[in-house]
Ligand binder design. Structure first.
Ligand code: HEC
Length: 146
């Protein structure tokens, strides 16, 4: 009995590792900022006369934060961690597909940022659509619906 109690204690100590906790917190905060900036851009585009002084910094935020997400999914930070996360275990089973979607997001975000820097609204709309597609593809496959 004592032996079992000991192993459970060891297991939960592992489960709540600081690395996993930090990664989950960091990626949620990062996606939250991305979501906010993406909404700002969508609202501006919807207005028909986007304010470039609003769009440009938001696009830059998404580009910078899209690149950051790559390091926020260490092994052990999935549902098995016991932490509050919507990341599916499939992320680590099919990491090739997950990484590809992350990279697709980075390139779409860079295109959006470049179009915003040029003030090219048509190119911005196209890049926004591509970028939005990467959010959806990844969430549909790798995020628990909430
Ligand atoms: C490569 C996969 C992937 C891509 C691409 C992606 N996301 Fe996510 N997103 C996730 C995962 C996984 C979570 C769940 C994170 C967790 O709960 O640990 C998440 C969570 C979120 C959240 C919730 C954050 C919170 O407060 O808990 C928002 C908002 C979000 N994503 C917005 C976006 C937007 C907007 C885009 C596109 C511009 C995007 N995501 C692209 C995988 C992705």
């Amino acid at each position: 009995m004592t032996l079992f109690a000991g192993s459970y204690a060891a297991y939960s100590a592992y489960a709540a590792s600081p690395e996993a906790t930090n990664a989950v917190n960091a990626r949620k905060a990062n996606y939250k900022e991305i979501g906010g900036a993406f909404k700002t851009i969508n609202d501006e585009l919807k207005s028909g006369a986007p304010d470039m002084n609003t769009v440009r910094p938001s696009a830059a935020v998404i580009a910078r934060r899209s690149a950051l997400q790559l390091k926020f999914f260490p092994r052990g930070s999935g549902p098995e961690s016991g932490l509050k996360t919507r990341a599916k275990a499939e992320i680590w089973k099919d990491s090739a597909t997950f990484t590809k979607l992350q990279n697709d997001m980075v390139s779409a975000a860079n295109q959006l940022s470049a179009a915003a820097a040029k003030g090219d609204v048509a190119a911005m709309s196209a890049a926004r659509n591509t970028l939005g597609g990467t959010c959806k593809s990844c969430h549909d496959r790798f995020r628990v619906p909430g």
